[in-house]
Design a protein around this ligand. Sequence first.
Ligand SMILES: *[C@@H]1O[C@H](CO)[C@@H](O)[C@H](O)[C@H]1NC(C)=O
Ligand SMILES: *[C@@H]1O[C@H](CO)[C@@H](O)[C@H](O)[C@H]1NC(C)=O
Ligand SMILES: *[C@@H]1O[C@H](CO)[C@@H](O)[C@H](O)[C@H]1NC(C)=O
Length: 470
Amino acid sequence: MPQTQLTLMLIVGVVAMVLVPGTIEATFASSQRNPIGRERGNVLKNITGTQEYENHIVTSQLDASEPVRMMYRGIREVYNRLLGPTGMRDEGVSLQARVPPHVPFPCDVRGYRSSPVPRSVHQLRPGDFDVVAALGDSLTSATGANSRQFWELLIDNRGLSWCIGGQGNWRTHLTLPNILKEFNPRLFGYSFADSYNVHLPSQFNVAEIIATTSDMPYNAASLVERMKSDPRYGDLKANAALHLNRVLRFLQRNDFICRVNWKNHWKLLTIMIGGNDFCSDVCFQTNATEWINRDQEKYLLTTLHYLKKTMPRTLVNLVPSPLINLSFSIDKVQAPLTCQFVRPIECSCLYGPKYSARRNLYRQLERRFVQIMERVSHRPEFHSDEFTVVYQPFYRDASVFYRRDGKPDLSIMAIDCVHLSQKGHAVSANGLWNNMLEPTRHKTTALRELFEEFRCPTPQNPYIKTYYNS
Ligand SMILES: *[C@@H]1O[C@H](CO)[C@@H](O)[C@H](O)[C@H]1NC(C)=O
Ligand SMILES: *[C@@H]1O[C@H](CO)[C@@H](O)[C@H](O)[C@H]1NC(C)=O
Ligand SMILES: *[C@@H]1O[C@H](CO)[C@@H](O)[C@H](O)[C@H]1NC(C)=O
Protein backbone atom coordinates (compact mmCIF):
# COMPACT_ATOMS: atom_id res chain seq x y z
CA MET A 1 0.00 0.00 0.00
CA PRO A 2 2.62 2.60 0.94
CA GLN A 3 4.33 1.78 -2.35
CA THR A 4 1.20 2.64 -4.37
CA GLN A 5 0.89 5.88 -2.47
CA LEU A 6 4.44 6.79 -3.25
CA THR A 7 3.97 6.02 -6.95
CA LEU A 8 0.79 8.07 -6.96
CA MET A 9 2.54 10.99 -5.34
CA LEU A 10 5.35 10.77 -7.84
CA ILE A 11 2.94 10.78 -10.75
CA VAL A 12 0.98 13.69 -9.34
CA GLY A 13 4.26 15.50 -8.76
CA VAL A 14 5.48 15.01 -12.30
CA VAL A 15 2.11 15.96 -13.78
CA ALA A 16 2.02 19.06 -11.62
CA MET A 17 5.48 20.05 -12.74
CA VAL A 18 4.54 19.70 -16.37
CA LEU A 19 1.16 21.36 -16.04
CA VAL A 20 2.20 24.21 -13.87
CA PRO A 21 4.91 26.02 -15.71
CA GLY A 22 7.10 27.73 -13.22
CA THR A 23 7.36 24.70 -10.97
CA ILE A 24 10.13 23.47 -13.19
CA GLU A 25 11.71 26.84 -13.30
CA ALA A 26 11.38 27.21 -9.54
CA THR A 27 12.84 23.76 -9.02
CA PHE A 28 15.88 24.49 -11.14
CA ALA A 29 16.06 28.17 -10.40
CA SER A 30 19.26 27.89 -8.45
CA SER A 31 21.10 26.82 -11.56
CA GLN A 32 20.30 30.09 -13.31
CA ARG A 33 22.26 33.28 -13.00
CA ASN A 34 20.67 35.78 -10.64
CA PRO A 35 17.72 33.57 -9.79
CA ILE A 36 15.86 36.29 -8.01
CA GLY A 37 12.09 36.55 -7.92
CA ARG A 38 11.43 40.02 -6.60
CA GLU A 39 7.73 39.25 -6.11
CA ARG A 40 8.63 36.90 -3.35
CA GLY A 41 9.96 39.51 -1.06
CA ASN A 42 9.71 43.19 -1.63
CA VAL A 43 6.80 44.56 0.31
CA LEU A 44 7.84 48.16 -0.28
CA LYS A 45 7.84 47.67 -4.01
CA ASN A 46 4.29 46.38 -3.79
CA ILE A 47 3.21 49.33 -1.69
CA THR A 48 4.70 51.92 -4.01
CA GLY A 49 3.64 50.00 -7.10
CA THR A 50 6.69 51.15 -9.04
CA GLN A 51 7.07 49.54 -12.40
CA GLU A 52 10.36 47.74 -12.57
CA TYR A 53 12.44 46.19 -15.25
CA GLU A 54 12.90 42.44 -15.46
CA ASN A 55 12.69 41.25 -11.89
CA HIS A 56 15.70 39.04 -12.04
CA ILE A 57 18.06 41.64 -13.40
CA VAL A 58 20.08 43.33 -10.73
CA THR A 59 22.46 46.03 -11.72
CA SER A 60 25.03 46.32 -9.01
CA GLN A 61 26.93 43.87 -6.94
CA LEU A 62 25.44 45.25 -3.77
CA ASP A 63 21.95 44.81 -5.20
CA ALA A 64 22.58 41.12 -5.75
CA SER A 65 22.10 40.38 -2.06
CA GLU A 66 18.40 39.96 -1.43
CA PRO A 67 18.09 41.66 1.99
CA VAL A 68 20.20 44.59 0.86
CA ARG A 69 18.17 44.86 -2.31
CA MET A 70 14.87 44.86 -0.46
CA MET A 71 15.95 47.59 1.86
CA TYR A 72 17.87 49.67 -0.64
CA ARG A 73 15.34 49.59 -3.43
CA GLY A 74 12.46 49.99 -1.05
CA ILE A 75 13.87 53.05 0.64
CA ARG A 76 14.81 54.63 -2.66
CA GLU A 77 11.39 53.97 -4.13
CA VAL A 78 9.58 55.52 -1.21
CA TYR A 79 12.03 58.41 -1.24
CA ASN A 80 11.55 58.94 -4.96
CA ARG A 81 7.80 58.96 -4.60
CA LEU A 82 7.75 61.37 -1.69
CA LEU A 83 10.38 63.82 -2.91
CA GLY A 84 10.49 63.38 -6.66
CA PRO A 85 10.03 63.71 -9.50
CA THR A 86 12.06 66.76 -10.33
CA GLY A 87 12.92 66.01 -13.95
CA MET A 88 9.96 67.88 -15.39
CA ARG A 89 10.98 71.27 -14.01
CA ASP A 90 11.39 73.72 -16.81
CA GLU A 91 12.77 76.90 -15.36
CA GLY A 92 15.88 77.95 -13.52
CA VAL A 93 19.41 79.18 -14.21
CA SER A 94 20.81 75.69 -14.30
CA LEU A 95 18.56 74.61 -17.17
CA GLN A 96 19.52 75.10 -20.78
CA ALA A 97 17.83 77.97 -22.61
CA ARG A 98 14.99 76.56 -24.72
CA VAL A 99 15.55 76.75 -28.45
CA PRO A 100 12.49 78.44 -30.01
CA PRO A 101 10.53 76.56 -32.71
CA HIS A 102 11.58 78.83 -35.57
CA VAL A 103 15.25 77.87 -35.13
CA PRO A 104 15.98 74.79 -37.23
CA PHE A 105 18.10 71.85 -36.05
CA PRO A 106 21.72 72.90 -36.74
CA CYS A 107 22.48 70.01 -39.12
CA ASP A 108 20.97 68.74 -42.32
CA VAL A 109 19.71 65.33 -41.27
CA ARG A 110 18.72 63.93 -44.67
CA GLY A 111 20.95 61.23 -46.08
CA TYR A 112 22.63 60.31 -42.80
CA ARG A 113 20.98 56.95 -42.35
CA SER A 114 22.61 54.48 -44.71
CA SER A 115 20.83 52.08 -46.98
CA PRO A 116 21.69 49.27 -47.04
CA VAL A 117 22.77 48.89 -43.43
CA PRO A 118 26.56 49.38 -43.19
CA ARG A 119 28.71 46.34 -42.50
CA SER A 120 31.56 48.22 -40.92
CA VAL A 121 31.61 50.21 -37.71
CA HIS A 122 33.98 52.57 -39.49
CA GLN A 123 31.27 53.59 -41.96
CA LEU A 124 28.49 54.59 -39.63
CA ARG A 125 26.49 57.74 -40.19
CA PRO A 126 24.71 59.33 -37.21
CA GLY A 127 21.34 57.90 -38.30
CA ASP A 128 22.67 54.35 -38.45
CA PHE A 129 22.49 53.76 -34.71
CA ASP A 130 19.37 51.82 -33.75
CA VAL A 131 20.04 51.38 -30.05
CA VAL A 132 21.77 53.46 -27.37
CA ALA A 133 23.04 52.22 -24.02
CA ALA A 134 25.22 53.47 -21.18
CA LEU A 135 27.38 52.31 -18.30
CA GLY A 136 28.52 54.69 -15.62
CA ASP A 137 27.93 56.39 -12.30
CA SER A 138 25.80 59.20 -10.91
CA LEU A 139 26.88 61.57 -13.68
CA THR A 140 25.30 59.21 -16.20
CA SER A 141 22.22 58.54 -14.11
CA ALA A 142 21.83 62.35 -14.00
CA THR A 143 21.53 62.23 -10.24
CA GLY A 144 20.43 65.56 -8.83
CA ALA A 145 20.47 67.27 -12.23
CA ASN A 146 17.30 69.23 -11.52
CA SER A 147 17.68 69.49 -7.78
CA ARG A 148 16.98 72.73 -5.97
CA GLN A 149 17.15 71.36 -2.44
CA PHE A 150 19.83 69.11 -1.11
CA TRP A 151 17.34 66.35 -0.27
CA GLU A 152 16.48 66.19 -3.96
CA LEU A 153 20.03 65.16 -4.75
CA LEU A 154 19.10 61.50 -4.52
CA ILE A 155 16.60 61.69 -7.38
CA ASP A 156 17.95 60.33 -10.66
CA ASN A 157 16.80 62.54 -13.55
CA ARG A 158 17.78 59.90 -16.08
CA GLY A 159 15.70 61.42 -18.86
CA LEU A 160 18.10 64.38 -18.84
CA SER A 161 21.37 62.42 -18.93
CA TRP A 162 23.93 63.77 -21.42
CA CYS A 163 24.69 60.48 -23.19
CA ILE A 164 21.56 58.38 -22.60
CA GLY A 165 18.62 60.67 -21.69
CA GLY A 166 15.86 61.11 -24.23
CA GLN A 167 13.24 63.14 -22.40
CA GLY A 168 11.75 65.95 -24.49
CA ASN A 169 13.84 66.90 -27.50
CA TRP A 170 17.04 68.79 -28.36
CA ARG A 171 15.27 72.13 -27.94
CA THR A 172 14.35 71.42 -24.34
CA HIS A 173 17.05 68.93 -23.35
CA LEU A 174 20.13 68.56 -25.46
CA THR A 175 21.28 64.96 -25.01
CA LEU A 176 23.07 62.60 -27.34
CA PRO A 177 19.92 60.51 -28.01
CA ASN A 178 17.90 63.66 -28.67
CA ILE A 179 20.46 64.64 -31.29
CA LEU A 180 20.56 61.15 -32.81
CA LYS A 181 16.75 60.99 -32.85
CA GLU A 182 16.79 63.80 -35.39
CA PHE A 183 18.71 61.48 -37.71
CA ASN A 184 16.82 58.32 -36.79
CA PRO A 185 13.45 58.85 -35.07
CA ARG A 186 13.21 55.11 -34.34
CA LEU A 187 16.22 55.10 -32.04
CA PHE A 188 15.55 53.43 -28.69
CA GLY A 189 17.24 52.45 -25.44
CA TYR A 190 17.41 55.94 -23.96
CA SER A 191 15.96 56.78 -20.54
CA PHE A 192 12.79 58.77 -20.75
CA ALA A 193 11.99 59.90 -17.21
CA ASP A 194 13.16 60.11 -13.61
CA SER A 195 13.91 56.56 -12.51
CA TYR A 196 16.38 54.30 -10.78
CA ASN A 197 18.25 51.82 -12.87
CA VAL A 198 15.86 48.96 -12.18
CA HIS A 199 12.84 50.95 -13.34
CA LEU A 200 11.50 50.61 -16.84
CA PRO A 201 11.99 54.26 -17.88
CA SER A 202 15.70 53.81 -17.26
CA GLN A 203 15.85 51.51 -20.31
CA PHE A 204 19.44 50.66 -21.31
CA ASN A 205 21.00 53.01 -18.80
CA VAL A 206 22.43 50.80 -16.08
CA ALA A 207 24.50 53.57 -14.51
CA GLU A 208 24.41 53.41 -10.74
CA ILE A 209 25.37 56.02 -8.17
CA ILE A 210 28.79 55.51 -6.56
CA ALA A 211 29.83 52.99 -9.24
CA THR A 212 33.56 52.72 -9.74
CA THR A 213 35.71 51.16 -12.42
CA SER A 214 35.72 47.90 -10.49
CA ASP A 215 31.92 47.65 -10.96
CA MET A 216 32.12 47.85 -14.73
CA PRO A 217 32.56 44.14 -15.53
CA TYR A 218 29.47 43.32 -13.49
CA ASN A 219 27.41 46.20 -14.83
CA ALA A 220 28.37 45.38 -18.41
CA ALA A 221 27.01 41.86 -17.96
CA SER A 222 23.78 43.26 -16.48
CA LEU A 223 23.40 45.59 -19.42
CA VAL A 224 23.84 42.80 -21.92
CA GLU A 225 21.33 40.65 -20.09
CA ARG A 226 18.84 43.49 -20.01
CA MET A 227 19.24 44.31 -23.67
CA LYS A 228 18.98 40.70 -24.74
CA SER A 229 15.82 40.02 -22.75
CA ASP A 230 14.06 43.27 -23.51
CA PRO A 231 10.63 42.40 -24.83
CA ARG A 232 9.27 44.07 -27.91
CA TYR A 233 5.77 43.87 -26.48
CA GLY A 234 6.30 45.14 -22.98
CA ASP A 235 2.64 45.76 -22.15
CA LEU A 236 1.45 42.52 -23.62
CA LYS A 237 4.01 40.70 -21.57
CA ALA A 238 3.02 42.42 -18.37
CA ASN A 239 -0.62 41.45 -18.83
CA ALA A 240 -0.16 38.05 -20.34
CA ALA A 241 -1.46 34.98 -18.62
CA LEU A 242 1.14 32.73 -17.10
CA HIS A 243 1.35 30.33 -20.02
CA LEU A 244 1.54 33.01 -22.66
CA ASN A 245 4.21 34.63 -20.58
CA ARG A 246 6.38 31.49 -20.77
CA VAL A 247 5.89 31.27 -24.50
CA LEU A 248 6.89 34.89 -24.88
CA ARG A 249 9.97 34.31 -22.77
CA PHE A 250 10.95 31.36 -24.88
CA LEU A 251 10.54 33.37 -28.06
CA GLN A 252 12.48 36.24 -26.57
CA ARG A 253 15.38 34.07 -25.62
CA ASN A 254 15.46 33.03 -29.21
CA ASP A 255 15.49 36.54 -30.57
CA PHE A 256 12.08 36.40 -32.23
CA ILE A 257 10.42 39.16 -30.36
CA CYS A 258 13.29 40.81 -28.58
CA ARG A 259 13.31 44.53 -29.25
CA VAL A 260 17.04 44.52 -29.84
CA ASN A 261 18.06 42.68 -32.95
CA TRP A 262 21.31 41.56 -31.41
CA LYS A 263 23.20 40.69 -34.56
CA ASN A 264 21.90 43.38 -36.89
CA HIS A 265 21.16 46.54 -34.95
CA TRP A 266 23.97 49.04 -34.60
CA LYS A 267 24.50 49.88 -30.95
CA LEU A 268 26.10 52.92 -29.40
CA LEU A 269 27.40 52.36 -25.88
CA THR A 270 28.85 55.19 -23.82
CA ILE A 271 31.03 54.33 -20.82
CA MET A 272 32.12 57.10 -18.52
CA ILE A 273 33.67 56.08 -15.24
CA GLY A 274 36.38 56.93 -12.75
CA GLY A 275 35.10 59.84 -10.67
CA ASN A 276 34.12 57.75 -7.67
CA ASP A 277 37.40 55.88 -7.75
CA PHE A 278 38.93 59.16 -6.61
CA CYS A 279 36.04 60.44 -4.51
CA SER A 280 35.33 57.33 -2.50
CA ASP A 281 37.90 54.61 -3.06
CA VAL A 282 41.40 55.94 -3.46
CA CYS A 283 41.85 57.02 0.16
CA PHE A 284 41.15 53.49 1.40
CA GLN A 285 43.88 51.88 -0.67
CA THR A 286 47.06 50.93 1.12
CA ASN A 287 49.07 51.75 -1.98
CA ALA A 288 47.04 54.08 -4.18
CA THR A 289 49.71 54.36 -6.87
CA GLU A 290 49.91 50.65 -7.30
CA TRP A 291 46.12 50.40 -7.28
CA ILE A 292 45.76 52.85 -10.16
CA ASN A 293 48.46 51.30 -12.25
CA ARG A 294 47.48 47.70 -11.74
CA ASP A 295 43.84 47.20 -10.79
CA GLN A 296 42.09 49.97 -12.66
CA GLU A 297 43.52 49.04 -16.00
CA LYS A 298 42.61 45.43 -15.40
CA TYR A 299 38.94 46.29 -14.80
CA LEU A 300 38.76 48.37 -17.94
CA LEU A 301 40.33 45.60 -19.98
CA THR A 302 38.03 42.94 -18.55
CA THR A 303 34.98 45.05 -19.35
CA LEU A 304 36.02 45.82 -22.90
CA HIS A 305 37.08 42.25 -23.65
CA TYR A 306 33.69 41.06 -22.46
CA LEU A 307 31.84 43.63 -24.54
CA LYS A 308 33.90 42.90 -27.62
CA LYS A 309 33.18 39.20 -27.27
CA THR A 310 29.48 39.67 -26.50
CA MET A 311 28.18 42.66 -28.42
CA PRO A 312 28.27 42.55 -32.20
CA ARG A 313 27.85 45.79 -34.15
CA THR A 314 28.81 48.14 -31.36
CA LEU A 315 30.64 51.42 -31.11
CA VAL A 316 31.87 52.26 -27.62
CA ASN A 317 32.51 55.82 -26.50
CA LEU A 318 35.06 55.66 -23.69
CA VAL A 319 34.88 58.90 -21.73
CA PRO A 320 37.01 60.08 -18.79
CA SER A 321 35.14 61.49 -15.81
CA PRO A 322 35.13 65.29 -15.40
CA LEU A 323 34.47 65.00 -11.70
CA ILE A 324 37.94 65.70 -10.35
CA ASN A 325 38.88 68.48 -12.74
CA LEU A 326 35.52 70.13 -12.17
CA SER A 327 35.89 69.93 -8.41
CA PHE A 328 39.29 71.54 -8.57
CA SER A 329 37.97 74.31 -10.79
CA ILE A 330 35.35 75.09 -8.15
CA ASP A 331 38.00 75.41 -5.47
CA LYS A 332 38.69 78.92 -6.71
CA VAL A 333 35.10 79.82 -5.92
CA GLN A 334 33.56 80.72 -2.61
CA ALA A 335 31.44 77.57 -2.79
CA PRO A 336 27.82 77.87 -1.65
CA LEU A 337 26.93 76.54 1.77
CA THR A 338 25.12 73.47 0.41
CA CYS A 339 28.32 72.46 -1.37
CA GLN A 340 30.41 72.84 1.72
CA PHE A 341 27.97 70.64 3.55
CA VAL A 342 27.46 67.97 0.90
CA ARG A 343 30.87 67.65 -0.75
CA PRO A 344 32.66 65.97 2.17
CA ILE A 345 29.89 63.38 2.17
CA GLU A 346 29.72 62.74 -1.56
CA CYS A 347 33.42 62.97 -2.23
CA SER A 348 35.12 62.20 1.04
CA CYS A 349 38.56 61.35 -0.32
CA LEU A 350 38.94 64.82 -1.79
CA TYR A 351 36.95 66.90 0.68
CA GLY A 352 37.25 64.97 3.91
CA PRO A 353 39.64 66.94 6.15
CA LYS A 354 41.43 63.72 7.06
CA TYR A 355 42.82 63.36 3.55
CA SER A 356 43.45 66.98 2.64
CA ALA A 357 47.21 66.44 2.62
CA ARG A 358 46.87 63.84 -0.08
CA ARG A 359 44.54 65.74 -2.41
CA ASN A 360 47.23 66.65 -4.87
CA LEU A 361 48.54 63.12 -5.00
CA TYR A 362 45.04 61.88 -5.78
CA ARG A 363 44.67 64.47 -8.46
CA GLN A 364 47.90 63.31 -10.12
CA LEU A 365 46.73 59.73 -9.94
CA GLU A 366 43.47 60.73 -11.56
CA ARG A 367 45.35 62.30 -14.45
CA ARG A 368 47.28 59.06 -14.72
CA PHE A 369 44.04 57.08 -14.85
CA VAL A 370 42.77 59.20 -17.73
CA GLN A 371 45.96 58.35 -19.62
CA ILE A 372 45.47 54.66 -18.90
CA MET A 373 41.95 54.92 -20.28
CA GLU A 374 43.16 56.48 -23.48
CA ARG A 375 45.92 53.90 -23.87
CA VAL A 376 43.50 51.03 -23.33
CA SER A 377 41.20 52.34 -26.04
CA HIS A 378 44.03 52.09 -28.57
CA ARG A 379 44.73 48.42 -28.02
CA PRO A 380 44.32 46.62 -31.34
CA GLU A 381 42.20 43.80 -29.92
CA PHE A 382 39.32 46.21 -29.37
CA HIS A 383 38.92 47.09 -33.01
CA SER A 384 37.32 45.13 -35.79
CA ASP A 385 34.65 45.73 -38.42
CA GLU A 386 31.97 44.87 -35.88
CA PHE A 387 33.27 46.60 -32.79
CA THR A 388 35.35 49.58 -31.93
CA VAL A 389 36.24 51.77 -28.98
CA VAL A 390 36.81 55.49 -29.28
CA TYR A 391 38.25 57.60 -26.48
CA GLN A 392 36.29 60.86 -26.35
CA PRO A 393 38.24 63.46 -24.35
CA PHE A 394 35.84 66.42 -24.18
CA TYR A 395 35.60 66.02 -20.37
CA ARG A 396 39.33 65.66 -19.81
CA ASP A 397 40.07 69.30 -19.01
CA ALA A 398 36.56 70.23 -17.91
CA SER A 399 36.12 73.26 -15.71
CA VAL A 400 33.20 75.50 -14.82
CA PHE A 401 32.69 78.49 -17.10
CA TYR A 402 33.93 81.94 -16.22
CA ARG A 403 31.97 85.09 -16.91
CA ARG A 404 33.47 88.05 -18.73
CA ASP A 405 34.30 89.73 -15.45
CA GLY A 406 36.34 86.67 -14.49
CA LYS A 407 33.77 85.40 -11.97
CA PRO A 408 32.98 81.71 -12.09
CA ASP A 409 29.58 80.61 -13.32
CA LEU A 410 28.32 77.54 -11.49
CA SER A 411 25.24 77.02 -13.66
CA ILE A 412 26.52 73.76 -15.16
CA MET A 413 26.75 72.28 -11.68
CA ALA A 414 23.98 70.83 -9.56
CA ILE A 415 23.47 72.41 -6.15
CA ASP A 416 26.03 70.08 -4.54
CA CYS A 417 28.90 71.30 -6.80
CA VAL A 418 29.71 67.66 -7.54
CA HIS A 419 27.05 66.59 -10.03
CA LEU A 420 26.03 68.28 -13.26
CA SER A 421 22.88 70.34 -13.66
CA GLN A 422 20.57 69.89 -16.65
CA LYS A 423 22.53 72.66 -18.36
CA GLY A 424 25.71 70.77 -17.53
CA HIS A 425 24.26 67.66 -19.15
CA ALA A 426 23.31 69.64 -22.27
CA VAL A 427 26.81 71.12 -22.51
CA SER A 428 28.24 67.61 -22.12
CA ALA A 429 25.98 66.19 -24.85
CA ASN A 430 27.20 68.96 -27.14
CA GLY A 431 30.81 68.06 -26.29
CA LEU A 432 30.36 64.34 -26.85
CA TRP A 433 28.56 64.90 -30.15
CA ASN A 434 31.34 67.17 -31.40
CA ASN A 435 33.97 64.64 -30.31
CA MET A 436 32.20 61.91 -32.25
CA LEU A 437 32.59 63.90 -35.44
CA GLU A 438 36.14 65.08 -34.76
CA PRO A 439 39.10 63.05 -36.04
CA THR A 440 41.36 61.32 -33.53
CA ARG A 441 44.05 63.89 -33.02
CA HIS A 442 41.79 66.92 -33.29
CA LYS A 443 39.23 66.31 -30.64
CA THR A 444 38.15 69.09 -28.28
CA THR A 445 39.32 68.36 -24.74
CA ALA A 446 37.25 70.82 -22.72
CA LEU A 447 33.66 71.92 -22.27
CA ARG A 448 32.34 74.75 -24.41
CA GLU A 449 29.24 76.89 -23.98
CA LEU A 450 26.07 75.34 -25.35
CA PHE A 451 25.86 75.56 -29.16
CA GLU A 452 29.04 77.65 -29.30
CA GLU A 453 30.20 74.93 -31.67
CA PHE A 454 27.87 72.23 -32.95
CA ARG A 455 29.43 69.91 -35.50
CA CYS A 456 27.54 68.34 -38.36
CA PRO A 457 28.26 65.47 -40.71
CA THR A 458 28.92 66.59 -44.28
CA PRO A 459 28.80 64.72 -47.60
CA GLN A 460 32.63 64.67 -47.55
CA ASN A 461 32.77 63.59 -43.90
CA PRO A 462 29.59 61.65 -43.22
CA TYR A 463 30.93 59.10 -40.73
CA ILE A 464 31.19 58.91 -36.98
CA LYS A 465 34.93 59.09 -36.43
CA THR A 466 36.84 56.02 -35.31
CA TYR A 467 40.58 55.35 -35.14
CA TYR A 468 40.33 53.74 -38.56
CA ASN A 469 38.57 56.43 -40.53
CA SER A 470 40.06 59.55 -38.96
C1 LIG B 1 3.70 41.55 -4.41
O1 LIG B 1 2.79 41.52 -5.49
C2 LIG B 1 2.82 40.34 -6.25
C3 LIG B 1 1.96 40.52 -7.47
O2 LIG B 1 0.84 41.29 -7.21
C4 LIG B 1 2.41 39.17 -5.36
O3 LIG B 1 2.44 37.98 -6.10
C5 LIG B 1 3.38 39.07 -4.21
O4 LIG B 1 2.99 38.06 -3.33
C6 LIG B 1 3.46 40.39 -3.45
N1 LIG B 1 4.53 40.28 -2.47
C7 LIG B 1 4.41 40.71 -1.22
C8 LIG B 1 5.59 40.50 -0.35
O5 LIG B 1 3.41 41.23 -0.80
C1 LIG C 1 53.56 51.32 -3.82
O1 LIG C 1 53.83 50.38 -4.83
C2 LIG C 1 54.86 50.78 -5.72
C3 LIG C 1 54.94 49.79 -6.87
O2 LIG C 1 54.65 48.50 -6.49
C4 LIG C 1 56.16 50.88 -4.93
O3 LIG C 1 57.22 51.26 -5.79
C5 LIG C 1 55.97 51.91 -3.83
O4 LIG C 1 57.13 51.97 -3.03
C6 LIG C 1 54.77 51.57 -2.96
N1 LIG C 1 54.53 52.68 -2.08
C7 LIG C 1 54.28 52.50 -0.79
C8 LIG C 1 54.04 53.73 0.01
O5 LIG C 1 54.28 51.41 -0.27
C1 LIG D 1 41.81 70.57 -15.91
O1 LIG D 1 42.78 69.77 -16.50
C2 LIG D 1 43.65 70.41 -17.42
C3 LIG D 1 44.61 69.40 -17.98
O2 LIG D 1 45.24 68.67 -17.00
C4 LIG D 1 44.33 71.58 -16.81
O3 LIG D 1 45.13 72.25 -17.77
C5 LIG D 1 43.32 72.52 -16.24
O4 LIG D 1 43.93 73.59 -15.62
C6 LIG D 1 42.41 71.79 -15.29
N1 LIG D 1 41.44 72.70 -14.80
C7 LIG D 1 41.31 72.95 -13.52
C8 LIG D 1 40.33 73.97 -13.17
O5 LIG D 1 41.91 72.38 -12.66
